[in-house]
Design a protein around this ligand. Sequence first.
Ligand SMILES: [Zn+2]
Length: 189
Amino acid sequence: MEPGDLPLPADRHVFRYCPQCRTEMGRRLDGGSERPACPACGLVQYLNPAPAAGIVLLREGRVCLVKRRFEPKRGQWSLPSGFMEWDEAPATTARRETLEETGLEVELTGLYAVEQGLLPPDTPVVVVFYVARETGGSLEAGDDAEEAGFYALDELPGPLAFAAHRRVLARLGEDLRAHGRPLVARERP
Ligand SMILES: [Zn+2]
């Protein structure tokens, strides 16, 4: 993805009034970019993508997917994943979201992919995907997943919710064909 492929921050993401002193926000050049800024107290609003983490988990060559219970993309499928909490490391998020959505406890065996994406309608995200291995629990959809299961790469349920997840699944298919397993980041040329 190139700069400009994602929409500029929509008005709804921009503070209208300063959250510190309630003055109406203006704009100021800061670090080479014009950013929302408070003319009274100097607060600058930095608009950043939201970080998320997810997993690639295989069981006998089938990949774990969940069906989304809520909007956006309700009823569509994705890899187990979710937004990082304030105090989490990405790996912690990946394990927590997996447990919440699938009932499975996992350990992470390597970094698989880092993808830029867009949560509709206009929230840019960065998703860190890990390869995972089951260590416990039992498969049961929960939290914001309506279904959870393992699916053959050539018989995936659809539609898949996110382009970033489709790219990861495409890479996984190539890895399985060429190597019989997902190659983690340090194994890639
Ligand atoms: Zn202010």
